[in-house]
Design a protein around this ligand. Structure first.
Ligand SMILES: NC(=O)c1ccc[n+]([C@@H]2O[C@H](COP(=O)([O-])OP(=O)(O)OC[C@H]3O[C@@H](n4cnc5c(N)ncnc54)[C@H](OP(=O)(O)O)[C@@H]3O)[C@@H](O)[C@H]2O)c1
Length: 262
């Protein structure tokens, strides 16, 4: 399937790079656009079709990925309208634009997908939540496989997209703050910042991989490192007395309320 990425910024470029690296499709099957195409030179050198003409890009594509900023989407879709056919599969990665919004803007009952990746898409380690409407099983399978080349994927209902934004996309920032606190603690107990950074980041990566690869619950893994009367449980309990889990849950709820209530 030929793919047109409209909006070759951070996310659009990361998607194109990931598709090429994973060999999901050939460079010649990808078109990518932005108004100032000078920043897309390296993709052009790899054989990707680079243009500032969105209409030209979608005419040669079966699947369109919209990756412009939220305030640009209406104008971009209006400009594409004469060339979008009902057969085009439209995938939007634009925050805050629902499947209904897309349907109303497109007006052609296209198969539409909404994807919420996170910044780890740049290294093909994204968590991407996807909702869809007017789609066939084959189209869902194709879009799922596309994003699986860029990390892990879960299909969700569109009404959960705000929650996905918080847990999956804001979640990267929450994890960074947790790692940063570990680095600060590590320096206090004797490490230089570079060594503390390495130990903290790799330890968090390893902990996450244990859950992903073994399918265990965090508490099962905690049980394995908490010796009775030991240092781990003493530290953990002190963190909880200081409101560790509660502050995280409240932070997640606050981010969610900010999206939903403004
Ligand atoms: N970054 C993330 O991790 C992330 C995660 C989830 C969702 N998102 C969503 O993804 C979208 C893109 O985010 P981003 O970080 O990649 O933003 P970005 O770097 O600003 O990319 C948007 C790109 O759209 C291009 N553009 C603007 N108007 C255009 C037009 N008329 N035709 C073609 N291209 C046009 C811009 O380039 P020119 O000015 O040169 O045209 C720009 O490079 C946003 O809606 C964001 O909410 C991002």
């Amino acid at each position: 399937m030929k793919i047109a990425i409209i909006g070759g910024g951070n996310l659009g470029t990361a998607i194109a790079e990931g598709l090429l690296k994973s060999k999901f499709c050939k460079a010649a099957d990808i078109a990518i656009t932005k108004r100032n195409i000078s920043t897309l030179k390296s993709l052009g050198d790899k054989g990707v079709f680079v243009t500032s003409n969105n209409n030209e890009a979608i005419k040669r594509a079966e699947l369109i990925i919209l990756a412009v900023k939220p305030f640009q989407v209406a104008e971009v879709i209006a400009g594409l309208k004469k060339d979008i056919t009902a057969k085009h599969i439209v995938v939007s990665v634009i925050t805050g634009v629902s499947l209904n919004d897309l349907d109303e803007m497109l007006k052609k009952k296209n198969p539409v997908f909404r994807a919420m990746p996170n910044t780890a898409i740049a290294i093909q380690e994204s968590m991407t939540c996807i909702s869809h409407s007017n789609t066939t099983a084959a189209q869902v399978q194709f879009v799922k496989q596309l994003f699986e080349t860029l990390g892990k994927v879960t299909m969700i209902e569109d009404k959960l997209m705000d929650a996905a934004t918080v847990l999956g996309a804001c979640g990267t920032a929450y994890a960074m703050r947790y790692i940063r606190a570990n680095i600060q603690g590590g320096i206090e107990i004797g490490f230089d910042s570079v060594t503390a950074n390495l130990i903290a980041a790799q330890t968090v990566k390893g902990a996450a991989e244990l859950l992903l690869q073994k399918g265990t619950h965090p508490e099962q893994e905690i049980d394995k490192v908490t010796t009775p009367k030991g240092c781990t449980i003493a530290g953990l309990n002190e963190m909880e007395h200081q409101g560790f889990s509660s502050s995280l849950i409240k932070g997640i709820a606050t981010s969610y309320n900010k999206i939903v209530k403004g």
